[in-house]
Design a protein around this ligand. Structure first.
Ligand code: DGY
Length: 322
């Protein structure tokens, strides 16, 4: 019997795929950082039994309607806003993602970006490398304190909770906003629920960790930045589409807020000439929230495991509920 065919849209660590290769014929797009072109993805999807996809691949009705054999799409991310779930449901396709395994790594990155923004770490490093350091100065590259400040977390899922734990270690006061209240986190971590506008008004650091949905799209708009303190920092480790980037640019250049730390952009990869990437008080990263070698390999293994299970008519380990 011929093995089912699995197509992977980016070059992944071979060793993480070994168990999958025992049950399937696996092919990969050969580049680690250049995305698989749409035309190639369509050609591969048309003959594949399963896809292992990246968050940069659009998995939509036009693609799935021409992919009659696909049983499972496993996305190498916890977010799955790049996948049309309605279309997947219509075609009887299981969609999988990688929750839990990236929680701690992504919370580490979110806190690192917060610290880097507040204490001007990247700006200071660049400043030395550009040959500017001629002498020590009392307020040279002075930033803002993090300890004992108020952190506002928007999106209190598992990553938000892990971020709150880190913040408590810095004696921060933690507010959160979420669709539903989190009594456990309130009792165990001493975090406080706040309405969105209240959180924006009171926080010194606002961290966006919410999934991208029709409700969260553009939620950080001109009105939201107007409500923030002039000394506040906005940190985004969620999805670029939660932010109106023109409004954010206006806020950081007119002193409505002190700065921003961005791991995500509306259009990725972001251009080096994008207005937000030109500002010293905006720290920018190339969507590396979960990018530790250990975590990314764990995510690869989880995707491979999910595909192998579904291809063998077993339930997936981490399916998205359709
Ligand atoms: C995810 O998993 O959704 C993250 O954005 C990847 O860093």
């Amino acid at each position: 019997m011929t093995k089912p065919y699995v197509y992977i849209t980016r070059k992944l660590d071979e060793a993480s795929l070994t168990p999958l290769k025992e049950v399937a014929h696996v092919e990969m797009w050969p580049s680690e950082d250049e995305p698989c072109p749409r035309e190639e993805l369509e050609t591969q999807a048309a003959k594949a039994d399963a896809l292992l996809t990246m968050l940069s691949d659009q998995i939509d009705e036009p693609l799935l309607s021409k992919a009659p054999n696909i049983k499972v799409v496993a996305n190498l991310a916890v977010g799955y806003d790049n996948i049309d779930l309605e279309a997947a449901k219509k075609h009887g396709i299981t969609v999988c993602h990688t929750p839990d395994v990236l929680t701690e790594s992504t919370a580490d990155l979110a806190f690192a970006l917060l610290m880097a923004s507040a204490r001007r770490i990247v700006e200071a490093s660049d400043w030395i490398k550009d040959g500017n350091w001629t002498g020590w100065g009392p307020l040279l590259l002075a930033g803002a304190d993090v300890h004992h400040k108020t952190l506002g977390i928007v999106g209190m899922g598992s990553i938000g909770t892990a971020l709150a734990k880190r913040a408590k270690g810095f004696n921060m006061n933690v507010l959160y906003h979420n669709r539903s209240r989190k009594p456990e986190a309130e009792a165990q971590l001493g975090v406080t629920y706040a309405a969105f506008e209240e959180l924006l008004k009171q926080s010194d650091f606002i961290v966006c960790l919410t999934p991208l949905t029709p409700e969260t799209k553009d939620m950080f708009n001109e009105k939201a930045f107007d409500l923030m303190k002039n000394s506040a920092y906005f940190i985004n480790v969620s999805r670029g589409q939660t932010v109106n980037e023109d409004a954010l640019y206006e806020a950081v250049t007119t002193g409505k807020i002190a700065g921003a730390g961005l791991d995500v952009f509306r259009q990725e990869p972001v251009s080096p000439s994008h207005p937000l990437t030109t500002l010293p008080n905006v720290t920018v990263l190339p969507h590396i929230g979960s990018a530790s070698v250990e975590t990314r390999k764990t995510m690869m293994r989880l995707c491979a495991e999910n595909i192998a299970l579904v291809l063998q008519d077993e339930p997936a380990k981490t399916p998205v509920r359709l």
